[in-house]
Design a binder for this molecule. Structure first.
Ligand code: AMP
Ligand code: MG
Length: 470
């Protein structure tokens, strides 16, 4: 059964609002992640039981839970929101491992909280299944991420553009501390709050650091986030809402709203319907990340040094490490993608030349890289000779096929496939959701019987926009 520790609930009262989930009418289990349950020591059979499903729907409270909604703030599209917080989510509690690890168990779509503002605190089936499929695919692709333990339907209707079936996602993560959580306390000149949060985050994510080591923490977040975004770039992943409240201090991908993987390579690609000016375009992600990290740095200033000038200097030095850290991680990723264990300036130029040719030829990002190992890459180019010219130079480096196949997935959660799977799920048929989820659990394995899920969308299948769905 469940052994809850509630370390966040033991933080000062101003960190959250204690509350219960709002019951739903007819909970029913849609998906359960057996592997993840095992990994965090939960009994999958119990989770499937009536009691288990009641917990996953917020209808029954497990013993020892002390549920709460967390408060945070954040910059959304650059505009400051002094108070956000879990507006449709509840932290039920934390599962503590014998090794001291903690897993937050959070219900997303569990009803209104004091932080809901205008929203109803609910979620519908579409975004819940989207997050389930994509976050689990990200984990299988080797990207740090929040996880999906379960999805339940609620039996209630949620009103959005239309009437949709309501659902709740059980999200699991090593914490839900965001840059925006630091900003919340900093913006209230609450240095004690920032310090308490810092020490919570250090214990959770960077236990090698001493308590109160604000600059060590900032440096660690800079490095973790640089590595994370380099991984996104290597997969053609566009987060879509890199607001500071969606920027995790443990370096996890969090908040799968309008995110999407691009098909044809285009550095300016944007999917999100609300990202009118391309602030969070694929190619803008590293720069936006630096902006977010600067917000974290400024929230930490009072803890870095009593002398403000010295604090600013130290914070800037930590932020300046982003450039070299990101470049190094980006090179690790892209050298491996073209089959090189290492490289220098000539290899950087080689990779960049390929990317330029891909964008000029509307080459599918995933299939081009996957196709480097089996000769399929040139078919992705409108003008295949553009690839041939590049490949002649590339082959001189004797690229490593195994390295490429372990780095370049055959399968990504393609937008058009997710939308099709959701459409069928709304009609009551989960088979496509299940199939996508299964195939994406081993994305580097060539599963030829699932070639249809590998394919790029036909013109009429292209999905041009994604929505937050909130
Ligand atoms: P997001 O864009 O998903 O990061 O959400 C931004 C903020 O809006 C967060 O504080 C959410 O809790 C809140 N929010 C999103 N959807 C809803 C909803 N349906 N009801 C209440 N609050 C919401
Ligand atoms: Mg969010």
């Amino acid at each position: 059964m469940l052994k809850f520790d509630n370390s966040y609930a033991r933080l000062p009262e101003r960190f959250f609002t204690r509350m219960q989930a709002q019951p739903v009418s007819a909970p029913s289990l849609l998906k359960l992640n057996d592997n993840l349950a095992a990994e965090i020591g939960l009994d999958a059979d119990w989770l499937r039981s009536e009691q288990g499903v009641a917990m996953l729907a917020g209808n029954a409270l497990p013993e020892g839970a002390d549920p709460l909604a967390q408060v945070y703030a954040g910059h959304q599209f650059g505009g400051w929101s002094p108070r956000l917080g879990d507006g449709r989510a509840l932290l039920l509690g934390e599962i503590a491992g014998a090794d001291g690890s903690h897993w937050d168990i959070q219900l997303k779509g569990s009803g209104p909280t004091p932080y809901s503002r205008a929203g109803d605190g609910r979620a519908w089936l579409g975004p819940v299944l989207r997050e389930y499929i994509i976050s689990e695919a990200m984990a299988a692709l080797g990207v740090p991420t929040t996880r999906a333990l379960a999805a339940v339907s609620t039996g209630d209707i949620v009103l959005r553009e239309d009437r949709f079936p309501g659902a709740i996602l059980t999200r699991v993560a090593s914490s839900h501390v965001r840059v925006g959580t630091f900003q919340y306390f900093a913006s209230q000149q609450d240095s004690d709050g920032v310090r308490t949060l810092l020490n919570f985050a250090i214990a959770r994510h960077y236990p090698q650091l001493q308590a109160d080591d604000a600059i060590g923490f900032l440096t660690a977040v800079v490095e973790a986030q640089a590595a994370l975004v380099a991984k996104w770039m290597g997969l053609g992943f566009i987060h879509g809402v890199m607001n500071t409240d969606n920027c995790h201090v443990g370096g996890l991908t969090i908040d799968y709203g309008p995110c999407a993987f691009m098909d044809a390579y285009n550095p300016a690609k944007v999917f999100s319907s609300i990202d009118q000016f391309g602030r969070y375009a694929y190619g803008a992600q590293p720069e936006i990340l630096v902006w977010n990290l600067a917000q974290l740095a400024s929230s930490l200033l009072p803890l870095i040094d009593d002398d403000m000038d010295k604090a600013v200097e130290a914070a800037q030095a930590a932020l300046h490490m982003f450039g070299p850290a990101y470049t190094a991680r980006w090179q690790d990723v892209f050298f491996a993608k073209v089959g090189l264990a290492e490289g220098g300036d000539a290899e950087i130029t080689l990779v960049q030349d390929l990317l330029t040719r891909m964008s000029e030829n509307q080459a599918d990002f995933t299939l081009t890289f996957r196709g480097l190992a089996d000769g399929g890459a040139r078919d992705q180019f409108v003008d295949p000779t553009a690839f041939d010219e590049w490949a002649a130079a590339w082959r001189q480096n004797s690229p490593d096929t195994d390295l490429m196949n372990a780095t370049n997935p055959a399968f990504i959660p393609r937008n058009h496939q997710i939308e099709l799977a959701i459409k069928e799920a709304v009609e009551g048929n989960l088979s496509r959701v299940n199939r996508l989820n299964t195939v994406l659990s081993t994305p580097f394995v060539a599963q030829t019987e699932h070639a249809d899920l590998m394919a790029a969308p036909q013109t009429q299948e292209l999905v041009h926009q994604t929505f937050c769905g909130t």
